[in-house]
Design a protein around this ligand. Structure first.
Ligand SMILES: [Zn+2]
Length: 246
């Protein structure tokens, strides 16, 4: 579709992998009814707008990273750099010193795989789009909850401020890049910069779910702050077994 695999834009589970594109083409045209059977209307409309091409012409390869579709070493180099950046981020998220559940949350977050209004709201009817993180209710998008909400602003400021980090960001990926581009001065500083954003994401998610689906009535800022401190100390102790609790 020009914007990546369907699985990247559909909410999980998206098990359409047994179907072939040709099964959705009838007499040289997209089969609207068949597409509509398994895909949301917005995606169907996107697909319907893609030209199918001449069935009498042979298929030929197109190199997506370049603008004209032809392979160049420069475009391959740029593509490799982007891949390296993605690998760096993946290695930082899936780090042995970070509990699996927290890494998994951050991974789902940067992949837009969490069920929020801006990710699944388009496809699911009657989704509760009100946030539980602010004094004045807002629409519960990923960026709102994890970056801009009252509680997120509080936590990013409390932890990022003393470290001199500007925690305003347009996306969770950009926020992670900001943190992880900080020049660290020693191994302890390095662990702090590496783990804190993941710990903060986790704390926000945990309390958001407890408020939304459990008995918790509100976000307790100081409790959340203390939990992040505690988890940070645990990460430091795991990395440096002789680290003292100060
Ligand atoms: Zn909110």
């Amino acid at each position: 579709m020009g914007s990546g695999a369907l699985s990247n834009i559909l909410p999980p589970p998206s098990h359409y992998n047994k179907d072939k594109v040709k099964d959705f083409i009838h007499e040289g045209e997209w089969d609207f009814d068949k597409l509509s059977d398994i895909l949301p209307p917005q995606v169907v409309n996107q697909i319907m707008s893609i030209p199918i091409g001449d069935p009498n012409q042979l298929d030929y390869a197109i190199w997506i990273p370049s603008e004209d579709g032809h392979f160049t070493t420069k475009s391959a180099y740029v593509d490799c750099c982007n891949t390296r950046e993605k690998n760096d981020m993946r290695n930082k998220i899936w780090h042995g010193k970070i509990p699996f559940k927290m890494s998994f949350l951050t991974w789902r977050l940067v992949q837009n795989k969490l069920p929020f209004y801006d990710t699944v709201g388009r496809f699911v009817d009657n989704i509760d789009s009100n946030c539980v993180c602010c004094k004045n209710m807002k629409t519960e998008t990923i960026n709102h909850v994890f970056l801009d909400s009252d509680v997120a602003s509080y936590l990013w400021k409390i932890f990022g401020g003393p470290l001199g980090i500007d925690t305003r960001a347009s996306s969770t990926i950009n926020l992670l890049k900001t943190w992880w581009n900080v020049q660290t001065h020693n191994s302890i500083h390095n662990v702090i910069i590496h783990t804190l954003p993941i710990l903060i994401f986790w704390e926000i998610w945990k309390h958001r779910c407890a408020c939304k689906y459990g008995d918790q009535k509100k976000m307790w800022y100081r409790t959340m702050e203390n939990h992040v401190w505690w988890n940070l100390k645990m990460s430091l102790r795991m990395t440096f077994p002789s680290f003292e609790n100060r």
